[in-house]
Design a protein around this ligand. Sequence first.
Ligand SMILES: [Zn+2]
Length: 565
Amino acid sequence: MNTFPKAILYTRVSTFGQAEHGTSLDEQLAACTKKAGQLGAQIVGHEEDAGVSGGLYASRDGLQASLATIEAGQADTLIIANLSRFSRDREHQSAIKKRVQAAGGRLVFCDMDFADTPEGDLAFGIMGTFADYERKVIRERTVKGRRRRAEEGVQPCRNMSPFGYHVVSERDVLAGLYPAGTVGTYQIVEAEARWVREIFGWYAAGLSLRQVAQRLQDHGLPTPRGGVCWRPKTIKWILENPVHKGMATFGKFERQVDESRLERGYKRMDFNRATPEERWVHIKAPALVDEHTWDLCQERLRGNRNLLSGNPERRYLLTGLLRCPKCGRRMRGIRTGRGGYTYYRCVYNNASACSAGLVCSPKHFRADEVEACVVEALRLVASGPESVASAYAVYDEQRRSAPNAAAQERQSLQAELTALASREQAVIEAQIAGVQSGADPAAYKAVFGQIRDRRAALQKRLAELASLAPPIPEANVQTEAAELAGRLAAIVEELLASADLTNAEKHGLLTRIIEAVVPGEEKVRIELKPSSRQTVTHVCMWVTVAPPRIVRVEVKHRAGAARVP
Ligand SMILES: [Zn+2]
């Protein structure tokens, strides 16, 4: 019987190879071979994972193959250079160790001996924790480094350049295509840029996304990804990318890795998770379109979102604008037998309307009533814009006081946290004194619990305050109110000037000023559309149905609302 151990060698380098010097695959292999010699072991194989993170387990093919060799009984010793080559995830470390031991094998590291004793297990645990910690530190350092570069105006993501630009990579500089020092900057590619300007120009001038796509198609221009078929969606992506107005972004998505995705049938284990807007970094780029054209296009895109396509001649006045008060979905106009009126109702008004058989609300709203109410409300505001102006003023007032309120609350929370810390210290001292004089240490448990809970509550609230939207930018709200009122008045004038406008034409006018209409029993809520230049994002009016009267106007920014009764 052969008593020599049979060894399988395993080596790995990660994608962070450069950060972990002295650990090339060759060096590892040399160390492992030497170790096998010292053990007097016969080497039966060598597996390696190149460019694979030590945070992975199931998708490390080399590791899985070495484990399979041991489990098949072809080897009994797994030799690895050190623990960080083995695994940088604590849970995986124990899992792999268990698999090796279950198969009657053993793990051997070149730089350290872990004896099969409680002390050995402890050392393994501690060293494993360090390897895990190191992986997290390396990752954090990489993430921070990329972020810092973005903040310095250098785009760390250079594999995909937006249409009209080239993001300079190191390779470009080495090839002499761009001067040194331009790495990570956006350079205009004139052959594409001129089409970007055309796209924005055409769309701002009123062409539809489909028409713009058709024009490019007619010119035989290749698509951004080298295809031949321009789609409306591609045009929309280009129109929505703020790089074209000179503001590129970094950090919109965060790469996440989840090995279990492979088991669940996904093709890749990594995926991108959208990050909140306050974590985006803006990088300056040369603008291809001026701000006015950009704003015009964004306003049109915003309008498109809520509108139905279909035959414009048959369109009801508020199609696409009216929202179900219960579920917020679009409401559809219908002509029914009920007294010969036209009604709006939720698209899910009965079980047969929805494939899942869901019913939202069967309620019908008389179209003539809602429409008259909306038109009259607009007319009222156009003739007396004071209610809107004062809502803007209230909003401005709140905007000024809001940051102060938050700052005050933050201060008092921090004061309480400090007080809590000294109280805790006092209790600790009391507990020590109490224990020395024979008291039960558990008697203080409840007090510590209280302190801990209170501290958690305070910290939670502080975090909430910190995550509040940043202060609303200074703005001249009077100008903004006047801008909205002026636009509204112009639309109302056009709306009422001619009696023979078709519904489609009236609809077109209304969509320029109205974001949404939500009908109710007594009141109708009308959400107006402030222009994209405004700091205000929502202007809401509540209007009674009979007779139409404006009962409330509310002006909002993402951070808060102001009301005028
Ligand atoms: Zn509904």
